[in-house]
Design a binder for this molecule. Sequence first.
Ligand code: NAD
Ligand code: SER
Length: 327
Amino acid sequence: MTSETATILVTGAAGQIGSELVPALRENFGQHKVIASDLVEPKADSLREGPFEKLDVTDRVQLETAIKKHKIKRIYHLAAILSATGEKNPVKAWEVNMHGLFNVLEAARELEVKQVFCPSSIAVFGPLTPRVNTPQDTILSPTTMYGVTKVAGEQLSDYYVKKFNLDVRGCRFPGIISHEALPGGGTTDYAVAIFYEAVIHNKYSCFLRPETRLPMMYMPDCLKSIIKLMEADFSQLRHHSNFNVTAMSFSAAQLAAEIKKHRPSFEMSYQPDFRQAIADSWPESIDDTAAKEEWNWEPDYDLARMTVDMLNVLQEKKNQGKLVYPG
Ligand code: NAD
Ligand code: SER
């Protein structure tokens, strides 16, 4: 897609990933070629600098009106309810994650949108899945409504690829760590909150047990994976909507130890809650060979490099009085 032809819609743009994907896409394709949309007005300054549509993805008419108005040719569909919020309100998770995706795929088919990106998640896996180096093609047995919607979403997306030749792509993201927008209610959110709490209070009470090990990725790698997958030659892809991707795996205690290398007086305590059961059902580590083979996926950040960057950026924001955190 060239900057002359690209007109892109990002749903759920005010969230953790959208707040950084939109500026990255605007950098590549031009400020006014990327239409950010969400139920809520974006907080991030970077999103206020270009076009924004208030849009509920469960409302097909609103969605199609925006696609027609802006002559959209590519959609990054990020609007979703994540795992922890989804367990509190499974009906809403089904409504937003399934009806939202169905509306996006149908609207894309009918209105000749060329390409759709829809993220999946490690939440597609479950207690019956091998937990270490989880294979690309394996048992999908989620225990959360979020995971159920992500499995169904992958299947639905692949159906549109096969049945209608619609170009739909997606990665199974692990926990995403970032410093622009706070996460929206997932089980891996502790790995973001810990950095804010370390910089603000020098201590953190974690909602997972110390030994809980999960796959994770720093936001620059998340953005890199989205951009690389969308640029890949469609004819070379054997998978479409369900690529395993990862960058690192660590336990809550290992993350605390890494932070302590830079802030020796940092204190971590543990008060596991309902999210522990969700984390226990997910993989510890992921095999992303298919992504490496099919579109040359390679992450740049490991635990040590990510930790240094997160602490530096958040400390700088704090020094400038710009660190916004509700805790
Ligand atoms: P987020 O919760 O931070 O943002 C989601 C956004 O969707 C929010 O801004 C919310 O207002 C919006 N939204 C909710 N309902 C909507 C509706 N009906 N219509 C329009 N917008 C609506 O989520 P995120 O972390 O940015 O995740 C984006 C995508 O990536 C999701 O599909 C999520 O499942 C997936 N993912 C995220 C992670 C992660 O760690 N962040 C990991 C795996 C997969
Ligand atoms: N980070 C997400 C969550 O915890 C994984 O999809 O819900």
